[in-house]
Design a protein around this ligand. Structure first.
Ligand SMILES: NC(=O)c1ccc[n+]([C@@H]2O[C@H](COP(=O)([O-])OP(=O)(O)OC[C@H]3O[C@@H](n4cnc5c(N)ncnc54)[C@H](OP(=O)(O)O)[C@@H]3O)[C@@H](O)[C@H]2O)c1
Length: 263
């Protein structure tokens, strides 16, 4: 089954690069109007003209810093003032930091939690009730394979993603309409600017961002609604082991993979 998304409107946060850009392209290709949100307006404008060249959809660019206080409420107000109804929400904007926690900058930690957690919850709260009232909606909250175990070297990031997955799976359990779907999407290492921003390099296999989006679009079209989607069979096996092996063992393995040497 292919779900008809023609004429629906998708809000994609973090659309200026990586996974978010690919979501915008894929949703527009399916006929959805797109609202592109991020801080780098030049990147959003370039993506908007690429989309307009290939699809007959409305594209709106919103330059917005979602880590700022009240950021989500401001974005909601901005969209309300233009009578833009959101049918599909891709809560994708997020960043991580590769560092020992004691060396992390406290303001960066605050922004990381504000963006990865608070803005995501606020935007879900802003748009999910309308979806339920209209009996149609899709919310994709981007978690990570980092959500399946604590990660020394990315302590705050992994904790934010554990929050995203737990929160989303719980909300999934509250939805009673089959036409409103809420997903936690957990990619593993993916080609994007993520590791440049985090200050490190990906270890192991790195998937193209397009593959992450293709996996998600298949789930959106699936008859069966699942709360949690892990991208890639290797990542699914790792997540299975991480949630069943003793925590000390799992954390030591994660430390070997991600913990930077002591300065
Ligand atoms: N790449 C991976 O290996 C990987 C793995 C698992 C999960 N993820 C998750 O996937 C999501 C997308 O990341 P990505 O891999 O595509 O990385 P990316 O290329 O760095 O994209 C991150 C996006 O978030 C936006 N963003 C960052 N800070 C923002 C802010 N304060 N306000 C608004 N937008 C902001 C960025 O745009 P601006 O800088 O223009 O604002 C950018 O568009 C994130 O939630 C990430 O945690 C990534």
């Amino acid at each position: 089954m292919t779900r008809d998304l023609t004429g629906k409107t998708a809000l994609i946060t973090g659309a200026s690069s990586g996974i978010g850009s690919e979501f915008a392209i894929a949703l527009a290709a399916r006929g959805a109007n797109v609202v592109l949100v991020a801080r780098r307006k030049d990147r959003l404008d370039a993506l908007a003209s690429e989309i307009r060249d290939h699809a007959r959809v409305n594209v709106v660019v919103v330059r917005h810093d979602l880590s700022a206080a009240n950021a989500a409420a401001e974005l909601e107000g901005n969209l309300r003032s233009t009578r833009t109804q959101i049918d599909i929400l891709i809560n994708n904007a997020g960043f991580g930091t590769l560092s020992r926690f004691v060396n992390e900058n406290r303001y960066r930690v605050r922004d990381e939690i504000a963006l990865n957690v608070s803005a995501l919850v606020d935007l879900t709260a802003a748009f999910l009730p309308g979806m339920i009232a209209r009996d149609f909606g899709i919310v994709v909250n981007i978690a990570s394979t980092a959500s399946f175990q604590p990660v020394p070297g990315m302590a705050v990031y992994a904790a934010t993603k554990a929050f995203v997955r737990s929160f989303t799976e719980a909300v999934w359990g509250e939805i009673e309409s089959p036409n409103v779907r809420v997903f936690a999407l957990s990619p593993g290492a993916t080609e994007s600017e993520f590791f440049d921003v985090a200050g490190g390099k990906a270890s192991g296999t790195v998937a193209p961002a397009r593959d992450v989006v293709t996996t998600m679009m298949r789930q959106i079209d699936s008859r069966r609604s699942r709360p949690s989607i892990i991208v890639g069979s290797r990542n699914r096996i790792m997540a299975w082991f991480s949630s069943r092996l003793p925590t000390a063992m799992v954390v030591r393995v994660a430390a070997k993979m991600f913990l930077p040497p002591v300065k």
